[in-house]
Ligand binder design. Structure first.
Ligand code: SF4
Length: 243
């Protein structure tokens, strides 16, 4: 049976619409996703950031301790146990107001422009009334009170708050760092003592977009110069003639 002009037209319009939606979806899927770890490389060396992100060439890692990764897994599991009980874990109870987010949204994504997106993964989130407060776990070698908060940790809190707000979650513009570090003890054989310290960190989400934009600018530009004091590139320059 011959289709009426109307049905043919609405069919082709429908088709155009769905292919448009599909094209949009495809385009979104092709976004290049930047992360905290990625853009922090700019502070170490813009060239290494460019090579990692544009060419997938990574600096050799050597032998790396996985101890802090294992710590993160154990602590997240501990927090998840208390989420099921509907309670704050004793290590932060009385120190933080609110409750653990349930269900917990771990990952946040934000489309920056038609080519790039930014994403982040939280360790934990506290809900206090209408507000969402990010928490990040840190395993360190010593008492963090004796040092300034590392710039990278500050950036992380800024970025979590930025991502949460871009995803329509209200935040009080601060987050927490929960530090774990080993302590001296005469009877280590009775259980290794770990000290726990909570630090409130004011967030500056307005600083995040300029950092992302700088990262994008670097990626779109020709490859930057090597950092003059980097031992890897200096070593490579010295041995290059012997290859
Ligand atoms: S100087 Fe070379 S090896 Fe060193 S961080 Fe930069 S690109 Fe990487």
């Amino acid at each position: 049976m011959k289709k009426s002009l109307h049905s043919q037209l609405s069919f082709s319009l429908g088709e155009t619409k769905s292919s448009f939606a599909k094209a949009k979806e495809d385009k979104q899927k092709k976004l290049r996703w930047l992360s905290h770890t990625g853009i922090e490389w700019i502070n170490t060396c813009p060239k290494c950031f460019w090579l990692r992100t544009n060419k997938k060439i990574y600096q050799p890692q050597g032998i790396v301790s996985r101890l802090s990764n294992r710590f993160d897994i154990v602590i997240k599991d501990y927090f998840n146990g208390y989420r099921k009980k509907g309670k704050l874990p004793p290590m932060i109870d009385g120190k933080i107001k609110g409750k653990l987010e349930d269900p917990f949204q771990e990952k946040y994504f934000h489309k920056v422009d038609n080519e790039y997106g930014f994403w982040g993964k939280l360790d934990e989130c506290i809900v206090d009334g209408d507000f969402y407060i990010p928490v990040d776990f840190k395993t360190t070698s010593s008492d963090p009170n004796e040092k300034e908060i590392m710039e990278a940790y500050q950036h992380q809190i800024d970025e979590y708050v930025y991502l949460m707000e871009e995803n329509k979650k209200k935040t009080p513009h601060y987050g927490y760092l929960l530090f774990f570090y080993p302590e001296f003890h005469e009877e280590v054989h009775n259980g290794f003592p770990m000290a726990i310290k909570l630090k409130k960190v004011e967030a500056h989400p307005e600083r995040v977009l300029p950092r992302i934009q700088r990262a994008i600018e670097i990626l779109k530009s020709p490859m930057p110069e090597s950092s003059p004091d980097c031992e890897y590139c200096n070593w490579f320059k010295k041995i290059e003639e012997y290859y």
